[in-house]
Design a protein around this ligand. Structure first.
Ligand SMILES: *Cc1c(COP(=O)(O)O)cnc(C)c1O
Length: 401
């Protein structure tokens, strides 16, 4: 008599994702070298080989952050975990924090700081703008914060915020400065030591071109001391840097199991960045940005970020009157496999965000997204001259040769 149940004969085919060209705000296209590293066999999280990999990762990460900071490592979690780690470790309940908000991620930092018990002062700028050092100085004088939090590359608007001057001002007034480099790291210069940054976090899936899953962080010696001398326990057990440090440092005390494969990937991504060279990588991002910008001008799409502060890796452009956001983005995905980002917050339905991040910042991507957008816009009756967008981009490439 047959005793087998139906469930023993089930086949569930493996998941096979379609090929996409990821030109949105992240995740960005991953270097095949990084994907290959993720398929390597697992090691135990205290295996000497894994421990050596953690040490090597810290060294490589210091070079990418351009810092000598001892307290430099990858938090297990995405960029938002890094944001939370920085805030909850520096802030004790009742501490004052000044947060600069000119987009979605500054707004998120306010929420995180409030949940950590900070007395938050938020200053605002319209989406697409950046802050002047003088207005931040005025706010610091009024609220005398322990920490100033600011986003270096605001992914929701494409705004590139200079932070060096602001760091100086914060220090003159006895405050620490924490910066969000989730989208900036490995796409535009990030100089943690030269700028005097006290705390920084980033993410793996933007210009580092690694899957999402880790958040690199670094704390200055002074910030590390502030953390060591806290009167209260860090609100988050998982993100307590003192405990994490005992695992990532020489003690190797178990705290949580490191995501092994993600750490392989991260090490490989850092190696790829350093092999290319940071300056060469920044120049590549800039060249592809200029080519894209020349192309979208021909399509009649205006940049929504103020001139002079446009991130090369995140191009935020206005959607023309009468053109439906989703109609275009759905067609880009269906017909070309291209993903671009829509607008966030007040820019919902009004903006497209074209990411040229890390491994994805390439000439072939610039040309395919320009010609696909041109086809979509022309089919919807938007006036343009066929072929002009890619031709404009090619002029930029020709000049660069
Ligand atoms: C993507 C992003 C984050 C959040 O990172 P997640 O990986 O989505 O958690 C934070 N800040 C900025 C500027 C970002 O672009």
């Amino acid at each position: 008599m047959a005793t087998a149940t139906a469930s023993e004969h089930v086949t569930i085919p493996p998941f096979r994702p379609s090929r996409r060209i990821l030109l949105g705000p992240g995740p960005s296209e991953v270097d095949p070298r990084v994907l290959a590293a993720m398929a390597m066999p697992l090691l135990g999280h205290l295996d000497p080989e894994f421990v050596a990999l953690m040490d090597e990762t810290k060294t490589l990460l210091r070079r990418v952050f351009r810092t000598e900071n001892h307290l430099t490592m990858a938090i297990s979690g995405t960029g938002s975990a890094g944001m939370e780690a920085v805030v909850v470790n520096l802030i004790e309940p009742g501490d004052r924090m000044l947060v600069c908000v000119n987009g979605v991620f500054g707004g998120r930092m306010v929420d995180v700081a409030q949940r950590a018990g900070a007395e938050v002062t938020a200053i605002e700028r319209a989406y697409g703008e950046v802050f002047d050092p003088s207005e931040i100085e005025n706010a610091i004088k009024k609220c005398a914060p322990k920490v100033v939090g600011i986003v270096h590359a605001e992914t929701s608007t494409g705004a590139w915020q200079p932070v060096e001057e602001i760091a100086k001002i914060a220090h003159q007034h006895g405050a620490m400065i924490a910066i969000d480099t989730v989208t900036s790291l490995a796409g535009v210069p990030v100089e943690i030591d030269a700028w005097g940054i006290d705390a920084v976090y980033s993410g793996t899936q933007k210009c580092l071109s690694c899957p999402p899953g880790l958040s690199p962080v670094s704390f200055s010696a002074q910030a590390a001391e502030v953390i060591a001398n806290r009167k209260t326990k860090v609100q988050s057990w998982y993100l307590d840097m003192q405990m994490i440090q005992r695992y990532w440092g020489s003690d190797r005390i178990y705290h949580h199991t490191a995501p092994i494969s993600m750490n392989y990937a991260f090490r490989e991504a850092l190696a790829a960045v350093l092999e290319e060279g940071l300056e060469a990588r920044f120049a590549r991002h800039m060249l592809n940005h200029h080519a894209l910008k020349a192309g979208v001008a021909a399509l009649g799409l205006p940049y929504l970020t103020v001139e002079g502060h446009q991130l090369p890796q995140l191009n935020c452009v206005g959607i023309p009157e009468g053109i439906d956001d989703l109609t275009v983005r759905k067609r880009l995905l269906a017909d070309w496999g291209i993903e671009i980002g829509g607008g966030l917050g007040p820019l919902k339905g009004k903006a497209w965000r074209i990411g040229l991040m890390g491994h994805g910042s390439r000439r072939d991507h610039v040309e395919i997204v320009l010609s696909a957008l041109e086809t979509c816009l022309a089919d919807l009756g938007h006036p343009l001259k066929k072929g002009e967008a890619v031709a404009n981009a090619n002029v930029v490439y020709a000049k660069a040769e």
